[in-house]
Ligand binder design. Structure first.
Ligand code: ADP
Length: 886
């Protein structure tokens, strides 16, 4: 638009009228307006009404509406900027934008205009023409759209086809043309089925018919050579709802199909792996929920897959393990795509056992890098852990053992150098074990003799592989000590002897003990061998395990002959029975001493006194027996002889008594006859046969009398044992009273006195006890001196408390000590008949009676002063005697 100026006015008026007519008949709207945002109209042509729905005057006066307000809000800014730019450049402007009409309809308009400048060059107004281009714009847009679509459809690799219900092609894009080998444009109007192989065509027709029938989208996958095509049939319905046309969309999905196949294959493979793995495979989403867990969880943790999905990880993990797992997860999610992390977790098995899991964990992220899942593979390493722990413990143990073992443990290489030696060697060598590593014994300055022996043995083990035991002595700081070593070959993986292990034990103490034992054994053996007593040991089967020389000699054998021989071989039948009985007691652990009769090799009996002991082991089990044996054969024989002699004596005594009794009894009769006839002779012939004859007759009478007395006494003596009565309690007081009564005459004649106290009761034969008192008291009166007889009778308990001791004492003539024994022997008298009458039987009877009662009789006497006769008798009441004694 060029700058203009006003011209001649008349011509101008005419020109203005013509212009006005022109303007008002134009289809669009001419205008003149201010250059403000409202585009305040100074003039608009009549076309305004048709264009905007507002009359020209409404716009000119800006009554209620300005042109600026009609411009579509989205376009207002654009319009303003373009107008201002053009005006500034003094260029005309050409704009396309939308307006809103009075009815609210939207219209596309084209505006062409320019700035009107005053003479001074300032902008006076804008002038221009605005026409409705709505129809043209719509058509243009459609065309544009079609072009775009066409291009688009041709550009895409997918095939797009539009057919009618009969299969006639209405549209085909370039891809269809390429696929079918026909130009796309040429296809239009052709039947699709004619373009396809017959068999394919038939299928397509069936699909089309199917879509027409069901009026629904239909899809299928079609393999064409190596390619997979996904076909989509979309029904397009007419106003009646019938399928008038079909849009067919075909996409080559070969890659996708392959990828899917591969994915399915992979997934199946991984699933199979997961399902069959002994490791537990688990996926956990970011909320900590288990989304997948492999069935092996059942074996490892005891839960089913379903249970596992319901359990919180915190419920089965130890708290420390939980913390570790969460920390690892946090770190891994902070660095997505980073490496797999491995951690050890301790979890509780459903049975309560603690299971150690080695877990490999990876966080999987989506494209944006956000964690979507955690995949973890858990392996049960409890057993390995346990083995590791055991291994560790056993290594520690081994270390402790080797380190603390009193044995010296050393390892030698083929050059006989110490590869290792335990500290136990230090007291032996006097040098630290560490100083010995890598050196040979020779280099260490060990005594040459020992080194040679030792090295020779070591080489032997290296050469032969034989485990070898050796013994040797060595000077050590503590003196010469003794050792045993075991040398053990150690093999490499190649089965070669690589090293030799030596285990050496100090046996000095044992060796010394052995020597001491040998010494003491020797000593004991000497003692045993030289012992006078026999020593005899047997095993549990009663076989002889040991006898000493004395024992063998005692039985007349050699030691070797007795060894191993059964005990029973050295005795007779009676002895064997007894020995069985004795051994049974030994087996019960009983020790005892007894006499036993063995049989010598020569058949002679050997009497022995045995001190026997069972031999028991620590557990108290019978291991045999030991006897100390003393030969008592001589004593035993003497005893036997003595017993025999006693028996003989008793028998001859009995015979003698019998004889005395029979003799005295049978002598009475002829004696009585002799006495009667001698008395008859004296009466008839006294004084007639001469003086001498009377004297002889008197002698004969006297002799017969004496003889009768002797026989009577002898009979009494023998009757003590042959006519004795059973023992009964006897009250000695009454016995004594009776005795004194019978001696009444004698006592009165002599003017004597008998003193006695209460006497005890005894157990005995009353008649005989009476006789003892009578004889003793009678003698006391008979053997009196010039002084009147003083006699005392008493009793006291004898030591032991079971007997009473009685006494009868007098003040008579007394007895010389040398006769104390003799007076108790029968017919023994100390005086002539002329001095004191008697037969010498009285005391013998007393002795016999007292002894029959188990007592004793003896005398104490001082000649000229008197005698005391003591005798003991069993108490009738033992307790009384005991108390009296106490
Ligand atoms: P007897 O009286 O018949 O001679 P006994 O056997 O009674 O025979 O006595 C033996 C002897 O013991 C007597 O001869 C006498 O010498 C002596 N004797 C016995 N009792 C006493 C006594 N009480 N005092 C002294 N001597 C006695």
């Amino acid at each position: 638009m060029a700058k203009r100026t006003a011209s001649d006015s008349s011509a101008a008026a005419e020109s203005a009228r013509r212009l006005d007519t022109l303007l008002n008949n134009l289809p669009g709207m001419a205008y003149r307006c201010c250059n403000d945002r409202s585009y305040t109209m100074q003039f608009v042509s009549a076309g305004a009404l048709a264009l905007t729905g507002y009359r020209a005057d409404e716009l000119e006066q800006s009554q209620g509406v300005t042109y600026g307000a009609l411009i579509h809000p989205d376009d207002q800014a654009k319009v303003w900027e373009q107008v201002q730019a053009s005006v500034a450049a003094a260029q005309p402007f050409n704009l396309r934008y939308r307006i809103r009409t009075a009815s609210g309809a939207e219209k596309w308009v084209e505006e062409r205009g320019c700035g009107i400048f005053a003479a001074d060059g300032s902008l006076a107004a804008l002038e221009g023409y605005i026409s409705d281009i709505t129809a043209a714009a719509a058509e243009e847009a459609l065309l544009e759209h079609e072009r775009t679509m066409q291009g688009l459809l041709d550009a895409i690799l997918d095939s797009v086809l539009l057919i009618d219900a009969e299969g006639v092609i209405l549209y085909a894009n370039a891809t269809v043309g390429q696929r079918l080998g026909v130009a796309a444009a040429e296809m239009v109007g052709c039947s699709l089925y004619d373009l396809l192989p017959a068999e394919v065509a038939a299928r397509r027709r069936a699909y089309v018919e199917h879509v027409r029938r069901v009026r629904q989208h239909f899809t299928f996958l079609d393999q064409r050579g190596d390619h997979w095509i996904e076909h989509n049939y979309y029904p397009i319905c007419d106003a009646q709802g019938e399928v008038a046309r079909l849009a067919i969309y075909g996409r080559d999905v070969t890659e996708k199909h392959r990828a899917e196949e591969a994915l399915r294959y992979n997934e199946e493979r991984y699933r199979m792996l997961a399902e069959n793995a002994s490791d537990v495979i688990v996926t956990v989403n970011p909320r900590g929920e288990v989304t997948y867990v492999s069935p092996s969880v059942r074996q490892v943790l005891g839960y089913t897959e379903a249970e596992m999905k319901a359990i919180s990880i915190t419920a089965i993990c130890r708290p420390e393990s939980c913390a570790l797992a969460f920390q690892t997860y946090a770190e891994a999610s902070a660095h997505p795509g980073s490496r797999v992390r491995t951690l050890e977790l301790e979890c509780w098995h459903s049975n309560g056992a603690l299971v150690t899991l080695e877990v490999s964990m990876k966080v999987l992220c989506d494209a944006a890098g956000d964690p979507v899942s955690v995949i973890a593979i858990a392996r049960d390493i409890t057993a390995r852990k346990n083995v590791e722990a055991l291994l560790y413990a056993s290594e520690q143990q081994l270390r402790a053992l080797v380190g603390n073992s009193p044995d010296i443990i050393a390892r030698f290489d083929r050059d006989l150098r110490h590869l290792f030696v335990s500290r136990a060697i230090e007291p032996v060598t006097g040098m630290p074990a560490a100083a010995m590593f890598g050196k040979t014994d020779r280099e260490l300055g060990m005594p040459a003799a020992q080194v040679e022996y030792w090295e020779e043995r070591l080489r032997h083990v290296f050469a032969t592989g034989e485990t070898t035991d050796i013994e040797f002595s060595l000077p050590t700081p503590a003196g010469v000590e003794y050792f045993t070593s075991r040398l053990i070959p150690e093999y490499s993986a190649q089965e070669e002897i690589q090293t030799v292990l030596g285990v050496t034990r100090n046996i000095t103490a044992r060796r010394r003990a052995e020597l001491a034992l040998q010494e003491s054994e020797k000593r004991y053996r000497q003692i045993i061998e030289t012992a006078q007593e026999g020593i005899w040991m047997i095993d549990p089967a009663a076989n002889t395990t040991f006898v000493n020389q004395a024992m063998a000699t005692m039985l007349g054998y050699a030691v070797a002959e007795m060894a191993g021989t059964p005990l029973f071989a050295f005795m007779d039948e009676e002895g064997r029975a007894l020995a069985h009985h004795n051994l049974a007691r030994r087996q019960q652990g009983i020790s005892e001493n007894h006499e036993f009769k063995f049989v010598r090799k020569d058949g002679q009996p050997v009497w022995a006194y045995l001190s026997t002991n069972p031999i028991l082991d620590d557990a108290g089990h019978y291991q045999g027996a030991l006897a100390m044996v003393t030969d008592i054969t001589e004593r035993k024989q003497a005893e036997i002889e003595l017993a025999q002699r006693a028996a003989d004596l008793e028998r001859s005594n009995r015979d003698l008594e019998q004889f005395a009794y029979v003799a005295s009894h049978d002598l009475q009769e002829p004696l009585r006859m002799v006495a009667s006839f001698v008395q008859l002779l004296a009466q008839e012939y006294r004084g007639q046969l001469g003086e001498n004859a009377d004297e002889y007759i008197d002698y004969a009478v006297e002799g017969a009398k004496r003889m009768r007395q002797i026989i009577a006494d002898l009979l009494a003596y023998s009757r003590v044992s042959t006519h004795g009565k059973p023992f009964l309690p006897v009250d000695c007081n009454t016995v004594l009273e009776e005795v004194l009564a019978s001696l009444q005459l004698v006592i009165e004649e002599n003017g004597g006195q008998v003193a006695y106290d209460g006497l005890p009761a005894v157990l005995g034969d009353r008649t005989q006890i009476y006789q003892v008192f009578q004889n003793l008291i009678g003698n006391a009166f008979k053997y009196c001196s010039a002084a009147p007889p003083r006699i005392a009778v008493g009793a006291a308990p004898a030591p032991g408390g079971k007997m009473w001791r009685f006494w009868v004492s007098d003040n008579g003539i007394g007895i010389e000590p040398q006769y104390f024994e003799r007076i108790f022997v029968i017919f023994q008298r100390l005086h002539g008949r002329k001095e004191y009458s008697g037969t010498g039987v009285g005391l013998a009877i007393c002795k016999k009676i007292v002894e029959r009662h188990g007592g004793r009789i003896w005398v104490e006497s001082t000649p000229g002063e008197g005698s005391t006769f003591h005798f003991t008798l069993p108490a009738a009441d033992e307790t009384a005697a005991e108390q009296a004694e106490g």
